[in-house]
Design a protein around this ligand. Structure first.
Ligand code: PGA
Length: 250
């Protein structure tokens, strides 16, 4: 299965939300691609209710590392699960850079998400300087090590490779660059899990309908995490079609 995940960030799609959801209904006929939406917190319960019975998944963009308590402004993984979320994005680079989330916190969040039966979508990715110095793979391995190294990992784990320099910049990783990074992430995750986990690795960073087909043609790329381009239903669907039609390796 491939996954097309929308990260709305602190935005809503332009225009009418019902129309957006109706359009996404076209994705119901896809055989190998499944849509997920991560809206801002207040919209999780409503969307989950609207989409109940459909194949579209609803998720959170973040969760607390704690289960409950005096943590003003936080939302727990269990609460997200209770209102219908089935996954949660963890360690997005905007959380890491704008809110100072370090590796330890990211690891704790992955742990509480797993305990709450919420699929974590762990984001990893290098900054431009690290890539230019040739250190991208080493950094990805370090991020995976700190986030996953101490955990009992599930059979299947979602990971998004999101090079920081490609997020919201209009610059995407080339298909070859992404495939190389994905292969490294796959190797490292399998190693950390003692061969028990199958990673499902999505690419994120300026994915749009114009570059989706070339990226989707890489067998290493098992889906997309889409920010800006997910706010427009037509563009988002076109990206999903590229995934659905991709014949990796052909
Ligand atoms: P972008 O964002 O598609 O707007 O580059 C991707 C992300 O941050 O998940």
């Amino acid at each position: 299965m491939r996954y097309l995940i929308a990260n709305w960030k602190m935005n809503l799609p332009k225009g009418d939300l019902d129309e957006y959801l109706e359009k996404l209904g076209e994705g119901e006929s896809w055989h190998s691609t499944r849509i997920g939406i991560a809206p801002p917190f207040p919209f999780v319960p409503g969307l989950a209710a609207d989409l109940e019975g459909s194949r579209v998944l609803v998720g959170g963009q973040n969760c607390s590392d704690a289960d409950s308590g005096a943590y003003t402004g936080e939302v727990s993984a269990r609460m997200l699960r209770a209102v219908g979320a089935s996954f949660v994005i963890i360690g997005h680079s905007e959380r890491r850079s704008l809110y100072g989330e370090g590796d330890e916190l990211v690891a704790a969040k992955v742990k509480v998400a797993l305990a709450a039966n919420l699929r974590p979508l762990l984001c990893v990715g290098e900054d431009l300087q690290t890539r230019e110095k040739g250190g991208a793979v080493a950094l990805l391995e370090r991020q995976l090590d700190s986030a996953l190294g101490s955990l009992a990992l599930p059979e299947e784990l979602w990971i998004a490779y999101e090079p920081v320099w490609a997020i919201g910049t209009g610059r995407n990783a080339t298909p070859a660059m992404a495939a190389e990074a994905h292969a490294a992430i796959r190797r490292k995750t399998i190693e950390l899990s003692g061969d028990r986990t199958r990673p499902v690795i999505l690419y994120g960073g300026s994915v749009k309908k114009e570059n989706a087909a070339a990226l989707a043609a890489q067998s290493e790329i098992e889906g997309f995490l889409v920010g800006g381009a997910s706010l427009d239903a037509d563009g988002f669907l076109a990206i999903g079609e590229a995934l659905e039609l991709a014949r990796p390796g052909a």
